[in-house]
Design a protein around this ligand. Structure first.
Ligand SMILES: NC(=O)c1ccc[n+]([C@@H]2O[C@H](COP(=O)([O-])OP(=O)(O)OC[C@H]3O[C@@H](n4cnc5c(N)ncnc54)[C@H](O)[C@@H]3O)[C@@H](O)[C@H]2O)c1
Length: 310
């Protein structure tokens, strides 16, 4: 049985969709603090446990019959104040993303299960063509909490010989049953479809790595079978400058809209990553950037005018 912590969110619902199609047994554990409970209805008849990873008793219940854990539950940088380093927010983030992961690790150890931990390329902060052993420079509490949690995962893997793998995901975009629009690419697509201009900070020449949500989900499932214990894997399909993201969205979705440069805001991070270690472990993305954005736009168009029974 696979347990997906934070499985009601953007990536978790896509993993669930794939597992449902494959007829695999899985359970979602989520406290519904950061995602829409309606996602559960779209997934329909799944094994769901309403629980919090900060609560050890909840974890004991959620782990019944579990032998593989995909650990996604986290507070993301979309939380207001997070990137501004507001102290209280940083504390909650640390509590969930780091302390919550320690609880998960302890339960994984107790059950002799395996774990795939959702980390982020955000831990690099700055640099180009970064590999898994390149220096890290977390620039916000979210990235700090994820790096601390990664270190705990590696400690557990080394100390107890546990099957733990870490996926450093690029920025995710594209359609899933729990799609969110507070992520740069999806936000640009939504604005372009509605005819609004796209705002780019600075000169837009800063780099970001990207992966489609379907491939991000496949990446977790790939690591259940492949890859080495205690290892970190970057997972990006492409590295793009933000200005190229905006231009591709404009050309593909709505050439009539403008791109506006907000010069006074300098983007905090610029990083591109090298994912060859993951590709050498047999992973192959299915979506390239352009097909991923066309796919999301098509899904949104298909929803237009649909009667939801309201
Ligand atoms: N989306 C991205 O671009 C991206 C990039 C890199 C890494 N990641 C990582 O992938 C994972 C999933 O990301 P996502 O985009 O699906 O996020 P999401 O916010 O859509 O989903 C996270 C889920 O965790 C749940 N959650 C939050 N706190 C919880 C708690 N204390 N106990 C139980 N559940 C809790 C939320 O309700 C939500 O459903 C996260 O760990 C994130 O850091 C995401």
């Amino acid at each position: 049985m696979i347990l997906i912590t934070g499985g009601n969110g953007y990536i978790g619902t896509e993993i669930a969709k794939i597992l449902l199609k494959k007829g695999k047994e899985f359970r979602i554990m989520d406290n519904l603090s950061g995602s829409n409970p309606l996602n559960l209805l779209y997934l329909n008849q799944i094994d769901f446990f309403w629980g919090d990873i900060r609560n050890k008793e909840d974890l004991k219940v959620a782990f019944k019959d579990v032998d593989v854990v995909i650990h996604l539950a986290a507070k993301l940088p979309t939380t207001p104040g997070l990137l501004d380093k507001v102290e209280e927010v940083a504390k909650v983030v640390d509590d969930i993303n780091y302390c919550g992961t320690l609880n998960v690790l302890e339960e994984v150890r107790r059950k002799d299960a395996s774990l795939i931990f959702a980390s982020t390329c955000n831990v690099y902060g700055v640099g180009e063509n970064l590999k898994e052993d390149s220096p890290t420079k977390p620039l916000n509490p979210y990235a700090e909490s994820k790096l601390k949690a990664e270190k705990a995962c590696i400690e557990y893997a080394e100390k107890y010989g546990m099957d733990i793998k870490i996926l450093r995901l690029a920025s995710v975009y594209g359609f899933s049953p729990g799609v969110r629009f507070n992520l740069v690419v999806n936000y640009f697509i939504l604005r372009a479809m509605l005819g609004y201009k796209l705002a780019v900070f600075g000169d837009g020449r800063n780099w970001r790595p990207f992966i489609h949500v379907h491939d991000a989900s496949r990446a977790f499932l790939h690591l259940i079978e492949y890859g080495e214990k205690g290892e970190i894997y970057n997972a990006a399909e492409s590295n793009l400058r933000i200005i190229d993201v905006a231009e591709t969205v404009k050309e593909t979705i709505n050439p009539k809209i403008d791109i506006e440069f907000i010069k006074e805001i300098k983007p905090e991070f610029s990083y591109s990553v090298d994912s060859s270690k993951f590709f050498n472990a047999g992973f192959k993305p299915e979506f390239d950037f352009k097909s991923g954005i066309v796919h999301l736009a098509e899904k949104l168009k298909a929803l237009e005018g649909r009667n939801f029974g309201f």
